[in-house]
Every structure is written in C-alpha cells, then in structure tokens.
Design a binder for this molecule. Sequence first.
Ligand SMILES: [Zn+2]
Length: 121
Amino acid sequence: MVKIQFPDHLLEPIKNFLHLKERELEKRKESLAKQDPFTDESRLLNNASPDADANEQFGHATTEALKKEVERKLIQVRKAMAKIKIGKYGVCDHCGHMIDTDRLMVMPEATLCANCEKKKE
Ligand SMILES: [Zn+2]
C-alpha cells in the first residue's frame, strides 16, 4: 500500500491556516455566546413586556443557529488538523482516495472528497 502524504512545505501553510481559522471560530463562538439574550442575567430581573420576550426568543433562536454553524465548522477544522497530525491530510474519510488538491485549496478543512461529499447530501 502506498502511503500518500503531503510534503511538509505544503502542509505548513495549511496548518497555519487551520490554526488561524480555529482561533477565529473560537472568538466568534465567544461573541455569539455573549449576544445570546438568554445568557444575559439582567433579563431575569426585568422580565417586562411580552414583546421584549418575543424578541429575546427570536434572538436566542438566531444566535443558537449561528452557534451551531460555528460549532460545525470548528469540528471540521479540528478534524483536518488531526489528520495532518496522523499524516492523513488530504485523504478522504469515506473512500480513502486523495481529495482533489483544487478542492483543498478552496476548502483546506475538507475531510471528504467531492464525490463522497455529494453522496452525503
Ligand atoms: Zn471519498
């Protein structure tokens, strides 16, 4: 079996990119947590009009959806980073084939090849 591995000089910038992306996503997660009206303690003290309550519900649902999205991306980025560590970066999780380098250029966090990604949907 041929061991497919990206040369270090190619992996280095990818690693850096993923690191930056991870940090960025973590920051985003934090700021979303702060935006969530449900984490605002003052709302417990002035639970005034039903109107404000509806607004809070809406705000909560929106930040909740955004948080999930950020969480999903974070997992993806971490998966790609773990694959670099074990020397399997660029190998499709599903079929074991190499992921198109063109695809990795646009989506360095990809862990599935284009074909498997399509099948997943
Ligand atoms: Zn595949």
